[in-house]
Design a protein around this ligand. Structure first.
Ligand SMILES: [Zn+2]
Length: 179
């Protein structure tokens, strides 16, 4: 049986004139093979195109918006926490200085000067006491004791230096091992 041109029409799913359609119907009535092809074409045409469920795009957009809102809220909360912490830190740092803020500039200056004077006199007193003690010590303690003290302190210094160097070497070794 001659299947052409019906087979080509069916395989290419061509658009047919009414005359061609009549001829094809006549052929498929007699030809099982072309009838099967025609049925396959029909079922393919009838198959529903996979489409996203209704409202899918809308739901997706809504979810996206909700997620964005959550992210924004998180950012706002983080910012608020940061602000609170920094305000607390500043308050904690500034609080000891607050009493000074109530003072006038002149009073502040006087306070500053008196504090400086106090420090100066305290240093002077400590220096005077120290010089008195050192003079007494010089008078009381013989030169040999001073020499022993000097030598022993020098020895301690050397020991300290060598121990420092040792720990430094150890650190170098550790860093090398790590590398
Ligand atoms: Zn045929």
């Amino acid at each position: 049986m001659e299947h052409q041109p019906f087979e080509t029409w069916l395989l290419n799913d061509e658009h047919l004139t009414p005359q061609q359609q009549r001829e094809l119907r006549g052929h498929t009535a007699a030809c099982a093979k072309c009838a099967a092809l025609a049925r396959a074409n029909l079922s393919l045409r009838a198959a529903p195109v996979a489409r996203p469920a209704n409202g899918f795009a809308l739901r997706f957009q809504r979810r996206l918006a909700a997620e964005r809102k959550i992210q924004q809220r998180r950012a706002i909360i983080g910012l608020a926490l940061l602000t609170l912490v920094s305000i607390g830190l500043i308050a904690w740092l500034v609080t000891p200085l607050l009493p000074y803020l109530s003072l006038s500039p002149a009073q502040l200056f006087i306070t500053w000067v008196s504090a400086l004077l106090y420090l100066f006199t305290a240093a002077q007193a400590v220096g005077a006491i120290g010089s008195i003690f050192s003079r007494i010590a010089l008078d009381l303690i013989p030169v040999s004791v001073w020499a022993i003290l000097l030598v022993s302190s020098a020895g301690f210094g050397v020991l300290w230096a060598t121990s420092l160097r040792k720990t430094a070497n150890k650190k170098k070794v550790y860093s090398r091992v790590r590398l």
